[in-house]
Write a new protein. Structure first.
Length: 333
């Protein structure tokens, strides 16, 4: 199957986290076929009921090509034009999966037998699949993690610190606000203080950023609200302790519950590969080195991932097949 055709087939399988069962079954058939043809060993790595990582090895894997199979909502079916393949997951990361499988086939046809493929669940929410894989390493020395970097090796990626901010008040008739206590006003005041937190700057990764991603609460326009909440997401470039303290100081009269922390990472370069810096977070910290020294590279642009215009250039997709072959070969010598 051509890499473009495989990309579209993958896009057309809805796999919004945590609904990875169907795409996992499809990928199992793909890697199981490779294992039968080239004397490999394919396995399902259970994560949760109906959610499995998919792994295949050929010989003793020195290098493992890996990415995630889940996507963000909403599902968008595929279409293509002369230059791009479109749809949810086109670049994040169905096209990358297709490029890795295609590269694996070409490497195997050329006689190479010391690498593997690992496709994990849950990256878009909590890295559940990578965390399970980290507890079950298979002896590889290098992990090539696929994310859209426009086919450049990323020298580093920012981390993530996510909080849920919860405010509580007391209901009352809106004609008599003095009898109530507005949770929404408390929340807005806390968010304004949080927005003023000075975020660290890293000389390589650049500045940290903060996003108020969701906000909601209240009962009706004529009711003083007794509950309100918001979710904030900080892209971190260093340690989290100072940020945790700053959020705690700003979150007076509300509760700030930490939901997730993923540390930033600094990565290496290789001769012959262009480099970049990325602001997004990946599964690499969750792997925690258990599958070998990590590198981060993949076709497509993160700027269109998670959007209604998600797409991947066919030229980058085709080039990625060769780049993944080159990485496996270069790291195995």
């Amino acid at each position: 199957m051509h890499v473009f055709e495989l990309t579209r087939k993958l896009i057309d399988i809805e796999s919004i986290t945590p609904n990875e069962r169907d795409i996992g079954d499809f990928l199992w058939r793909q890697v199981h076929d490779l294992a039968l043809r080239f004397d490999g060993n394919a396995e399902r790595m259970p994560v949760e009921p109906a959610r499995d990582n998919i792994f295949v090895r050929f010989g003793d894997p020195n290098v493992v090509l890996s990415t995630h199979m889940d996507t963000v909502p909403p599902f968008i079916p595929s279409h293509e034009d002369e230059q791009h393949i479109w749809g949810r997951g086109a670049c994040d990361t169905k096209g990358i999966i297709a490029a890795m499988i295609t590269a694996a086939g070409k490497l195997l046809e050329g006689g190479r037998r010391n690498f593997g493929l690992l496709f994990v669940v849950g990256e878009e929410r909590n890295s559940a699949g990578a965390l399970v894989a980290a507890r079950n390493p298979r002896g590889s020395k290098f992990l090539i993690n696929g994310e859209p970097t426009e086919n450049k090796l990323a020298l580093g990626s920012k981390g993530a610190l996510r909080f849920e901010i919860i405010a509580r008040g007391r209901m009352a008739h809106s004609a008599y606000p003095e009898l109530g206590e507005s949770a929404i006003e408390k929340l807005l005041d806390a968010l304004e203080r949080i927005r003023k937190i000075e975020l660290p700057v890293d000389p390589v990764l650049g500045p940290g950023t903060l996003n108020i991603g969701t906000i909601g609460g209240g009962r009706a326009p004529n009711v003083i609200p007794d509950e309100a909440r918001a979710e904030i997401f900080i892209r971190v470039v260093g340690g989290a302790e100072s940020l945790r303290s700053a959020v705690a100081r700003a979150a007076t009269e509300v509760d700030a519950r930490e939901i997730l922390f993923i540390p930033p990472v600094h990565l290496g370069s290789l001769d012959g590969f262009a480099t970049t810096i990325v602001a997004f977070t990946t599964d690499i910290p969750a792997f925690n080195g258990a599958w070998g020294k990590p590198f981060l590279i993949g076709p497509g642009s993160i700027h269109v991932a998670h959007t209604s215009e998600e797409r991947i250039p066919k030229s980058q997709l085709a080039d990625a097949v060769g780049l993944y072959q080159q990485l496996v070969t270069q790291l195995s010598t």
